[in-house]
Design a binder for this molecule. Structure first.
Ligand SMILES: [Ca+2]
Length: 599
């Protein structure tokens, strides 16, 4: 079995075993391999490969990369430890049931019974002593007797095991970077413009597999984005993914999306921001990532699925496909997220390519909506830029500002700016939405202008009012997670955030010192998880000792971002107090805090 380049399976450990013991065609073994199986120099060339974790669907908190349903499994994986890495290492594992783990041949941990979730475990001293710069080998045996079963084991630094709970963050190079576009963890974006307003449709990320509340962001200038309210009330908390660009027809907005991680459905709404409801009882296709395309003569198509993109004509009312599908051999590492657009008579079939750190979007060109398609050299609309540490730039769509023939690619950036090994998947449900421009050569091929940190900039008259007095000022907090300092909430960028270092505290706070007493008329707060409710109060002070109330959202019930409060005061200090730090297990945090001198 080859290792699939998929980005949706979150495995929460950094060094994941990927070799199963021998068995024909990748089937798990039934007998113990030779006694030397745990030794580093054991020849495992004959073993088949599979992606971690191993087990059966339905085991609590298991993420199945490879099904394992026999009584025993033996796993091996080699991994490299960078020179100079002296961070303390722990095992992070989830076993159901009995497990024994060896590091370079020495017993590192052994336990009987089962866990309910991933946990850290100290490595036994003799095994820890074998850990060295360069190549190391981890070997695992897990035994199953009854019920659910699962095994996944890796090594993490003690600090990283904490980071993995929240995802690492983008490392901004300076103040006020335009990418990511919106404050929060979102993926698989599509963008549209209706009237004078731009809209972003995307998967809500950062909650693991089920994904979170579904919202539509809007903006008139493509720089200042906000949302208010639920956009699809019926599908909160399921595997609902990759909402596509809505099509406007018969005074309504028809939007393709993926439900339960497999059904391609059509939702419909009276407004582009919803609320959307299922248009039909049945899915139109049974796979992920559908997008609609309407040709100039009005014929509707849907493009969808994997392992290669399929294109179907749709019935005029969008209720079902007209078979058969045209399957396009994209043959260049296509994985998912296909979409189709047309410019100057050329049809561009595009798709998300490769995965993880190497995730990207490529394109092909055809003379009809169902091809045949040709693949120009270097046919990427966006791809990672290692020189600027921008990785995992994939799965999105394009937007045309029609009257100007200006083109924008909107895409996700994964693992928050860090390069990710495919087996180091902890960050891959912590994705963010970015956008960059691209243009066309005379022969119709595409010229990239990204990825960049500055992003697209304005695509309409600015909606900014006033000066952000908090930008770059001194920020402090009751505590902070390592790498998530309070200053990250006043750097003007949505790739960085402050997160409390004490998620168990009953009350946490973050504050900014504006440097001098200043006239503040409005504040805008972008909370850690913008789609969830964050109870808070905002207070102001001239001396940092005596505080007065600016706004009280202790009993807030409106899902929106940013949170905007208005009051004219003369203040030097502003303090956000989180009254319930662990609502829904979400730690207090801020992507950005802004204070303006205009209402
Ligand atoms: Ca920030």
């Amino acid at each position: 079995m080859t290792v699939p380049s998929r980005h949706r399976a979150p495995s929460r450990i950094s060094s994941i075993p990927r070799k199963l013991a021998p068995g024909p065609g990748g089937s798990p073994p039934t007998e113990q391999p030779a006694a030397a199986w745990r030794q580093p120099d054991f020849n495992d060339q004959g073993w088949s490969q599979g992606r971690a974790g191993f087990g059966t669907e339905g085991t609590p908190n298991a993420t199945i990369g490879t099904e394992w349903k026999t009584a025993d499994i033996w796993l091996r994986r080699s991994f490299d430890v960078p020179a100079g890495n002296r961070e303390p290492q722990v095992l992070r594992w989830h076993h159901d049931e009995d497990a024994e783990v060896y590091l370079n041949g020495e017993l590192a941990a052994k336990a009987s019974g089962f866990l309910q979730d991933y946990e850290n475990r100290e490595i036994l001293a003799p095994a820890l002593a074998t850990l060295k710069p360069g190549r190391n080998t981890i070997a695992i045996h897990c035994h199953q007797t009854t019920g659910g079963q699962y095994i996944d084991v890796g090594l993490v630094s003690a600090a990283d095991s904490e980071i993995l709970k929240y995802g690492d963050q983008n490392q901004a190079n300076g103040l006020a970077e335009g990418n990511p576009l919106i404050p929060g963890l979102f993926a698989d974006p599509s963008a549209a413009k209706f009237g004078d307003t731009y809209y972003i449709y995307s998967t809500t990320d950062g909650f693991g597999w089920p994904t979170g509340r579904w919202v539509v962001w809007k903006s008139r200038d493509f720089v200042h984005w906000s949302f208010q309210g639920e956009s699809f009330p019926e599908i909160t908390g399921q595997q609902n993914w990759a909402p596509g660009v809505p099509v406007y027809r018969d005074h309504r907005y028809w939007l393709p999306y993926t439900l339960h991680g497999r059904e391609g459905r059509i939702a419909v709404a009276d407004q582009p921001e919803g609320p959307f409801h299922d248009a039909f009882a049945n899915p139109i296709v049974n796979d992920i990532d559908s997008e609609l395309f309407i040709d100039d003569d009005g014929t509707p198509y849907v493009v969808w699925g994997r392992p290669m993109p399929s294109i179907n004509r749709l019935k005029p009312d969008f209720s079902a496909v007209v078979p058969p599908p045209t399957r396009v051999d994209f043959h260049q590492g296509y994985v998912e997220g296909p979409f189709l657009f047309k410019r100057k008579g050329v049809y561009y079939l595009c798709g998300a390519n490769l995965g993880y750190a190497e995730y990207r979007i490529n394109y092909s060109m055809g003379d009809s909506p169902i091809g045949p398609f040709r693949f120009p050299a270097d046919n990427f609309i966006v791809k990672p830029d290692p020189a600027d540490n921008l990785w995992g730039t994939g799965h999105g769509n394009v937007l045309c500002v029609k009257d100007r023939d200006e083109w924008v690619v909107i895409y996700l950036r994964s693992r928050m700016g860090e390069k990710v090994d495919p087996f180091m998947e902890g960050g891959n449900v912590y994705r963010q939405v970015c956008a960059d421009r691209f243009s066309f050569n005379a022969d119709g091929t595409i010229q990239r202008h990204g990825p960049t940190r500055k992003g697209v900039g304005r695509l309409g008259p600015s909606t900014e009012r006033g000066v952000n007095l908090a930008l770059g000022k001194r920020a402090t907090a009751s505590s902070a997670l390592r790498r998530y300092g309070p200053e990250k909430a006043v750097d003007g960028g949505f790739g960085t955030r402050w997160i409390t270092g004490d998620a168990q505290a009953l009350e946490t706070w973050w504050q900014v010192d504006l440097g001098k007493v200043s006239r503040v008329e409005r504040t805008e707060i972008s909370f850690n998880y913008p789609t969830e409710l964050t109870p808070y109060t905002l207070r102001w002070s001239t001396d940092g000792i005596t505080w007065q109330l600016y706004a009280d959202h202790t009993n807030d019930s409106i899902h929106e971002s940013p949170k905007v409060d208005r009051q004219a005061v003369k203040a030097r200090f502003l303090r956000v107090v989180f009254t319930n730090a662990v609502a829904n297990k979400i730690p207090s945090g801020l992507w950005e805090f802004k204070a303006f001198d205009e209402r």
